[in-house]
Design a protein around this ligand. Structure first.
Ligand code: 13P
Length: 249
């Protein structure tokens, strides 16, 4: 059995001061564990605070929520993969639904970001998932397969790359509506089978996380589903005590 991955996506919360307070409170109680991986996807400006609090700990990783694909240059406001790494990130989210739906990010842009992260030695977690309209139109499977294929399309030798997938149905994000463990598992099975088609048995090692209104009450039930390898948590990850409960699920 794969070890679970418990990932916090703070979104635009916890600036450097709050991030330091969060990490001090969380790490004071969260003893070192080798049976799971915890990732904190922080705003880029808070990466030094998160990475600094971690010291050399390798069971908790600092992650960044977004990168730009160019290495450097005239791209005002953007952060490159190399810069994020330099600030302490070990992994980046790519294609989060808010990036896709608020900022208009396309599959092709996601592909460039996944490739840039890989080139810079940063792991990536590609987020995919359908809107309620797409779900009701019966398009979920076709859509997640497309987002998966196109998201990694610019990576050579995917089989040896450090990555994971987060299935986050858009209708479940921040709404209090959670996909049932059964519904999420069904889509995770589709994703896994597509991955097998792409990279053979290596697909069995790729964590597929579920995200969308996960909280300390429903986390354990979701994690018990055999196809759910981890959780990507938004709102319930911003506060250290709520996150502590989920990270210890
Ligand atoms: P919520 O947990 O707030 O629904 O957000 C999920 C999410 O977008 C995590 O990336």
């Amino acid at each position: 059995m794969k070890q679970p991955v418990l990932a916090a996506n703070w979104k635009m919360n916890n600036g450097p001061t709050a991030a330091k307070q969060f990490m001090d409170a969380f790490l004071a109680t969260y003893g070192s564990r080798d049976d799971r991986t915890v990732i904190i996807f922080a705003p880029a400006v808070s990466l030094p605070a998160v990475a600094g609090a971690l010291g050399g700990r390798s069971d908790v990783l600092a992650g960044v929520q977004n990168i730009y694909w160019a290495e450097k240059g005239a791209f005002t406001g953007e952060t490159s993969a190399t810069m994020a790494r330099d600030a302490g990130a070990r992994i980046t989210l790519v294609g989060h639904s808010e990036r896709r739906h608020v900022f208009g990010e396309t599959d092709e842009q996601c592909a460039k970001k996944c490739a840039a992260a890989t080139k810079a030695g940063l792991g990536f977690m590609l987020c995919i998932g359908e809107t309620i309209e797409q779900r009701e139109a019966g398009e979920t499977e076709r859509l997640v397969k497309r987002q998966l294929r196109e998201g990694v399309a610019q990576i050579e030798n995917l089989i040896s790359v450090d990555f994971s997938i987060a299935y986050e149905p858009v209708w479940a994000i921040g709404t209090g509506l959670t996909a049932s463990a059964g519904d999420a598992s069904a889509i995770h099975t589709v994703i896994r089978s597509e991955l097998r088609d792409m990279i053979g048995t290596r697909a069995n090692e790729i964590p597929i996380l579920y995200g969308g209104s996960v909280n300390s009450s429903n986390a354990a039930g979701l994690l018990r589903a055999p196809e759910i390898d981890g959780l990507l948590v938004g709102g319930a990850s911003v506060d250290a005590s709520s996150w502590l409960t989920i990270a210890q699920t």
